[in-house]
Design a protein around this ligand. Structure first.
Ligand SMILES: [Zn+2]
Length: 274
């Protein structure tokens, strides 16, 4: 059966649009940021022949829990700003081999490119998220400016950090009732940071990397982008609030509880003083 042009595939178009948006927001300078998008076989089959492997790519960790799964990923060292004009050079479609240590490249990543160097963090996070939410398909990393800045000025306590974000915009508690997790500073691209991030991903869809950026996960690109965008907006408001002067009033814990009741969400246990 003749295959359709993969550049017309909804997942390629969405990825290009999302990377462009992230770039325009200033959260993915140079080659900053990376995204992995878990795809169903029926989504990719109209566009590629799954038997036609362009090349094999080795990995530094065991992803056998994801064997046979397809992912659209951003490339290592590639710039988000370039994805839209040259998708096949900057992103690629891969499948995890049964041994869990090798990837089949099925499309893209032209000229010898490889998947993001943060693939361990992405794959370990996918494994964690799928255990708690079988619908999870996206892991997204970016350098959201105000969240990043807050990791210098705010205490890195998950409860305190979450409470501050919840207080900055009324919608925050509704969008991420489970809060935001924080890992220690760790060298990026390593299995160690992947393991730390993935462990946190079992509890929260947002994981902060101090002095670096943020990880988000979700069921589609829009939702995950929106999740990061909401936390980042709260961090931006925090920045303005602190620049303006002492805080005279805020959203009280009673109000946050009313909000949770009104929107039928459960705040992270113990995060509200009620
Ligand atoms: Zn980064």
């Amino acid at each position: 059966m003749k295959k359709m042009d993969i550049l017309q595939a909804p997942f390629v178009k969405e990825m290009a649009a999302t990377t462009s948006n992230l770039y325009r927001l200033g959260w993915d300078e140079r080659n900053g940021g990376n995204i992995s998008y878990l795809l169903k076989e029926e989504e990719v089959l109209p566009f590629i022949n799954p038997e036609k492997v362009i090349r094999e790519i080795p990995m530094i960790f065991d992803a056998s829990a994801l064997a046979g799964k397809y992912f659209l990923v951003t490339g290592s060292g590639k710039y988000f700003k370039n994805v839209e004009k040259a998708p096949s050079e900057n992103i690629g479609l891969i499948r995890v081999k049964d041994n869990g240590r090798t990837l089949d490249l099925l499309w893209g990543l032209e000229n010898g490119a490889t998947p993001t160097s943060e693939l361990p963090s992405h794959f370990m996070s996918h494994i964690s998220r799928l255990q708690v939410d079988p619908e999870n398909r996206i892991v997204m990393h970016c350098h959201a400016s105000h969240l990043l800045a807050m990791t210098f000025t705010h205490e890195l306590d998950e409860r305190a950090f979450t409470r501050t974000l919840w207080q900055m915009c009324t919608e925050c508690l509704v969008v991420f009732p489970e809060g935001i997790s924080i890992i220690p500073w760790i060298v990026p691209g390593t299995n160690e940071i992947g393991e730390a991030t993935a462990a946190k991903m079992k509890e929260t869809r947002l994981v902060l990397w101090p002095h670096h950026g943020v990880y988000g996960s979700g069921k589609d690109l829009d939702e995950t982008f929106g999740l990061i965008e909401t936390a980042e907006k709260a961090a931006q408001v925090f920045t303005y609030v602190n620049a303006q002067g002492p805080i005279l009033q805020t959203i009280t814990d009673e109000n946050l509880q009313k909000l949770a009741d009104g929107f039928n969400v459960t705040p992270h246990e113990g995060y509200l003083d009620i």
